[in-house]
Design a protein around this ligand. Structure first.
Ligand code: 8DG
Ligand code: MG
Ligand code: MG
Length: 144
């Protein structure tokens, strides 16, 4: 029998906000290697976006989150080393439940380490989908 055709997957990425800072980590995974990205991962069967956001942030950084809200969605087709990947990525925002808790690098094979970065002074290069959103003027911060 033939291999199953490739299918789009759902990703959930989280803008974890602390004042005017956002949590980013340099990716070591093949998609977007060496670029700075948000914590996040793939939606599991039956999960809500909020549940996925909380689970992935906890798995990757050890942080508990709250005030989790939907922001936007993007359609991302990557072609990496001849292999096509298609992710529909749902972007959420949240805040840390405990502002004093430090992020831990719990998946060191996937990430170089987490740190808080000023929104006005973000590290480079950003992960492609993130970079494109920012070029279009997207901001994850609540407008007051
Ligand atoms: P999992 O096995 O833990 O479920 O997945 P993961 O290894 O943590 O997945 P990921 O690559 O971190 O995230 C899933 C996809 O979400 C990623 O391949 C592409 C998409 N995505 C974006 N922007 C961002 C982002 O800023 N951060 C993360 N983590 N993923 C993003 O389009
Ligand atoms: Mg993950
Ligand atoms: Mg991840």
């Amino acid at each position: 029998s033939q291999p199953p055709p490739p299918m789009p997957k759902v990703g959930v990425a989280v803008f974890l906000l602390k004042g005017n800072k956002v949590l980013l980590g340099r990716r070591l995974s093949s998609v977007g290697r060496n670029t700075f990205a948000l914590p996040g991962g793939h939606l599991e069967f039956g999960e809500s976006f909020e549940e996925c956001a909380a689970r992935e942030v906890k798995e990757e950084t050890g942080l508990e989150i709250e005030k989790t809200e939907y922001l936007t969605v993007t359609n991302n087709v990557f072609s990496q080393e001849g292999k096509a990947t298609h992710i529909v990525c749902v972007f959420m925002r949240a805040v840390p439940a405990d502002l004093n808790q430090q992020p831990q690098n719990l998946e060191p094979e996937k990430c170089d380490g987490w740190d808080w970065y000023d929104w006005d002074d973000l590290p480079k290069p950003l992960f492609g989908p993130l970079e494109i959103m920012l070029q279009h003027g997207f901001s994850p911060f609540p407008t007051t």
